[in-house]
Design a protein around this ligand. Structure first.
Ligand SMILES: Cc1cc2nc3c(=O)[nH]c(=O)nc-3n(C[C@H](O)[C@H](O)[C@H](O)COP(=O)(O)O)c2cc1C
Length: 190
């Protein structure tokens, strides 16, 4: 796939709930990125067929995962995009199962091409305090640091038990929108 001239942004939604808080926050971020001139695309992990990593290590020998599933195409998209907006709600203090399956598959050698990519994290959760997100924030920031990726912003949304509750939290959506704009400016200036 040839790389297009406009900055490409990929929103990756780890919630199974369509129109839920994760998707609303990511939509706001993508809108900010679009207004700053980027092309955006959104993928819903729950709609994809992504198998768990089998730790067979074939990929380290052949460069390819033995699994024939949707992760191949998704990895190609990820490599083409300059900014990823990664979203997962908190499920039991961690990311959703859909998101963790996806993350484990970063074990493949293609993760060497992730270096320098810009990332925004979107994390809604039901608890009223940010401490409920601490393990997920720690997990994801450690992974991004390990892979030398550039974390632009973490959008935390506490108190989000109901579907769409974040629509009432204009400050969070504003932060998400501005993060999208800021990331594109950072990429242009880098
Ligand atoms: C299985 C499950 C586990 C959850 N575990 C937690 C949790 O440990 N801490 C928390 O604050 N919220 C928890 N929640 C609440 C969700 O994080 C919250 O509703 C979030 O806004 C859902 O995002 P969505 O609307 O994008 O699906 C849980 C929800 C579900 C369905």
């Amino acid at each position: 796939m040839a790389k297009p001239s406009r900055i490409q942004v990929l929103g990756i939604i780890g919630s199974p709930r369509r129109g839920g808080n994760t998707e609303i926050i990511i939509d706001a971020t993508l809108s900010g990125a679009e207004i700053a001139g980027a092309l955006t695309e959104k993928v819903i992990l729950n709609k994809l067929n992504i198998n768990p990593c089998q730790a067979c290590d074939s990929c380290s020998k052949t460069g390819h995962c033995i699994q024939n599933d949707d992760m191949h195409d998704l990895l190609k998209k990820m490599e083409l995009c300059d900014l990823w907006v990664l979203g997962t709600p908190i499920y039991w203090w961690g990311p959703t199962a859909q998101f963790k399956l996806f993350l484990d598959r970063w074990y493949c050698p293609q993760h060497q091409n992730f270096k320098g990519k810009h990332v925004i994290l979107a994390i809604p959760f039901g608890g009223e305090h940010n401490k409920y997100a601490r393990h997920t924030v720690g997990l994801l920031t450690d992974v991004l640091n390990y892979l030398s990726m550039k974390l632009v912003e973490i959008i935390l949304a506490p108190g989000m038990n109901n579907r769409g509750a974040v629509r009432e939290r204009k400050n969070i959506l504003e932060k998400a929108y501005k993060a999208g704009q800021k990331a594109i400016q950072m990429i242009i200036n880098s």
